[in-house]
Design a protein around this ligand. Structure first.
Ligand code: GLA
Length: 687
């Protein structure tokens, strides 16, 4: 089953015909067909053009666009057009506009100008979604619904009175009586004891640090409030067009929204990714978010937006040098995407994004950008057979949003330097560099098929989550400052690592964050398989550990913690009480013990992934790379049969169709790989 009814891989982009005179549309669809575009995202910001006055609709232009797209073989990812309310709505009801933490109401003139809790806004979106669904339910171009756009991009939270009332309802559902809230929030501290929910507000700007438990509940609430907006529209679409899949475009690894919850509510996971072409390591960070997208439903996903070249919202917007746009698109496929789409189809003539790149640049068909578009379109056709093929990973990285929100609470932590994305990346980078496939899992998620589980940090950890890790039974690595608080952000009795103490066999006597720039030496014991006495370095964070029931793998050398345990192991569970500059020695030893193999042997700069029988080798370097193939196959991009040593040109790729593997023989895999592995089983609860 594909992501939509469109066969093969999806290719295309956001299409904003309302920004162009109609005579341009004919050229648009003609060129789309020429480039092999098979999907366009339409009407994302079109509310004010579709409903220019309350209840008065002008669908003529969108009807013509939908027809034109269909006539040229292009399916529509049709937006419900609710990403920006129209001016008449916010002028009739100024309460629709969002209010910031300092109490300033933000005006109209950009986009996402709405309060997520506004009943007026919600009601108007649902009405428009119904009108759209009823109008286009039978249209042959309609292949997917696109609700709103990048929720939380500009408006994650609103601090108005309506939001305060909504927050109070949400809190009373969670905590019951006001005393429940007092207990959960620890309001005995700093004299915050409430006697009624009416006294409780969002964490608006206050004289000093705001109660971290209040901020934590606010984070949960804000993610849920926007998800309610999504669900309200989805319910209408489901009712009117039950067979059309629904998505909303995610923003990679976004702090504000718990994407595990969000993904469960949608049919297709889609993502917008904008790695900075000026950053030579940006393809590594983006690979992590692609692996998250694949893991959210454990099935293929869609790269719904990326840039063909430069974006328009950085301080300096670097273009993509030749080959990079194609390579980055192939990279998304390598990590499980079943399509590579763009913002946007035709480069804008006006507005804040007129310098943002597009598939069809200002220079038209004479431009280099257009030649890249044609090349990518042709490549995606050659790769059509990979659609639906599955990735299998034996290593899992745990990512839990609630714990992340707790960890990054402002103004009350031992160190503000612990940032979850960086902690994840510290483990992901060496895995990525060696070609070891990685899944992301939520705390409490499915660990079947994984041999190694890495918890870079689980600051907030429940007894159930500790039990889940204890039950895993494979090789487990836990990073520092884990097991510190409960879901109300209250420190576990006895301190860290709280419910993880028995599993790790250590207790944290005292957190020992390091000042910026200070480097702490860490000496590995020979038992780790590294060179005897190998010295590593830690920065930012260390802990004074009491070792209760574990062996010591490494000790601090010099400094305040000289001689204290830095890394410990109990059975197959390794604990790091510090942040190492480079986790590779610890990681490689655990991978070796667990028998986890890379999917290919690759030099620096070459990324290797496997989807079913397809091996992707992506050379991100600016010089050619040599790779020795373990198995022969056909390169789908060139049609050539390859085996043994090959050379991949700079910023180029090989996508090798290998023979189906016999039982137990998949490099880096467990169990059987047959042709059946290319079919992704639908996850539970999917349509
Ligand atoms: C986001 C938005 C698009 C566009 C691009 C520009 O992804 O969804 O509408 O603004 O950014 O990079």
């Amino acid at each position: 089953m594909g992501l939509t009814r469109v066969p093969g891989l999806l290719f295309g982009g956001d299409y904003n015909p309302e920004q162009w005179p109609e005579h341009v549309w004919d050229e648009d669809v003609r060129l789309m067909a020429e480039a092999g575009v098979n999907m366009a995202t339409v009407a994302v910001f079109s509310w004010s053009r579709l409903e220019p006055r309350r209840g008065e609709y002008e669908f003529g232009w969108l009807d013509r666009i939908m027809d034109l797209l269909h006539e040229h073989g292009v399916a529509a990812d049709l937006a419900t057009a609710t990403a920006t309310p129209p001016p008449w709505l916010v002028r009739e009801h100024p309460g629709v506009l969002p209010v910031d933490a300092a109490g300033t109401r933000l005006d109209f003139g950009s986009r996402q100008s709405y309060c997520p809790s506004s009943p007026v806004f919600r009601e108007a979106t649902v009405r428009l979604a119904r009108v759209m669904a009823e109008r286009y339910r039978e249209h042959p171009a309609l292949a997917m619904w696109h609700i709103s756009n990048e929720y939380a991009d500009h408006t994650l939270e609103c601090f108005c009175e309506e939001s305060a009332r909504h927050f109070r309802r949400w809190l009373s559902a969670r905590h019951g009586s006001i005393d429940g809230l007092n207990a959960a929030w620890g309001t005995s501290c700093w004299g915050q004891h409430y006697t009624s929910y009416d006294q409780v507000n969002p964490p608006r700007k206050a004289p000093g640090p705001v109660n971290p438990a209040q901020v934590l509940d606010w984070r949960r609430f804000c993610s849920d409030a926007l998800l309610e907006c999504f669900e309200l529209e989805k319910a209408v679409l489901r009712e009117v067009t039950p067979d059309i899949p629904v998505t909303t475009n995610f923003m990679s690894i976004l702090h504000g929204l718990d994407y595990w919850k969000w993904a469960a509510a949608e049919d297709v996971v889609s993502d917008d990714a904008y790695p900075d072409p000026a950053d030579p390591a940006s393809h590594v960070a983006v690979a992590l978010s692609y692996d998250l997208m694949r893991s959210l439903k454990r099935r293929p996903w869609l790269l719904l937006e990326q840039a063909g070249g430069a974006v328009s919202w950085r301080e300096v917007n670097a273009p993509k040098p030749p080959g990079m746009m194609r390579l980055h698109s192939l990279q998304a496929l390598a990590h499980g995407a079943d399509g590579a789409m763009f913002f946007q189809w035709r480069q804008a003539k006006y507005g804040p994004e007129k310098f943002h790149s597009a598939l069809l640049p200002h220079g038209g068909t004479a431009s280099r950008g257009w030649r890249d578009t044609l090349r990518l379109g042709a490549d995606l056709k050659r790769l059509a057979e990979i659609a639906g093929s599955a990735t299998r990973a034996e290593v899992a990285l745990v990512l839990d949003w609630e714990s992340w929100w707790g960890l990054e609470a402002p103004e009350s932590m031992p160190s503000n330097r612990l940032k979850l994305k960086a902690l994840l990346q510290a483990w992901y980078e060496p895995l990525h560099a060696t070609g070891v496939a990685v899944d992301l899992v939520p705390a409490g998620g499915d660990l079947s098929g994984h041999r190694v589980v890495i918890v870079p940090n689980l600051y907030m950890c429940t007894g159930e989550q500790a039990g889940w890790l204890a039950d895993f039974g494979g090789h487990l690595i836990v990073g520092p400052f884990s097991g510190v608080t409960d879901p109300d952000d209250q420190v576990h009795d006895g301190g860290a690592p709280g419910p993880l103490r028995g599993l790790l066999g250590v207790a944290v006597d005292e957190f020992w964050p390091l000042p910026d720039g200070l480097v702490q030496r860490v000496r590995l014991a020979p038992a780790t398989g590294g060179e005897p006495g190998h010295v590593l370095s830690a920065r930012t964070w260390t802990e004074w550990l009491r070792v209760e029931d574990a062996e010591v793998l490494a000790r601090y050398e010099g400094g305040d913690l000289d001689g204290q345990a830095a890394i410990t192991r109990r059975g197959t569970v390794t604990y790091l009480g510090c942040l190492l500059d480079d986790v590779t020695p610890v990681l490689s030893e655990v991978l070796a013990r667990a028998g986890v193999e890379p999917v290919a042997d690759v030099p620096e700069g070459v990324e290797a992934t496997r989807r079913g029988r397809y091996l992707f080798l992506l050379n991100h370097a600016t010089s050619p790379a040599k790779v020795n193939l373990r198995e022969p196959g056909k390169d789908l991009l060139t049609g050539r049969d390859l085996s043994g040593p090959i050379e991949i040109p700079a910023r180029d790729a090989v996508v090798l169709r290998t023979d189906p593997q016999p039982t137990g023989a998949q490099p880096g895999g467990t169990g059987t790989l047959t042709d059946a592995d290319t079919d992704v089983p639908p996850t539970e609860g999917e349509r």
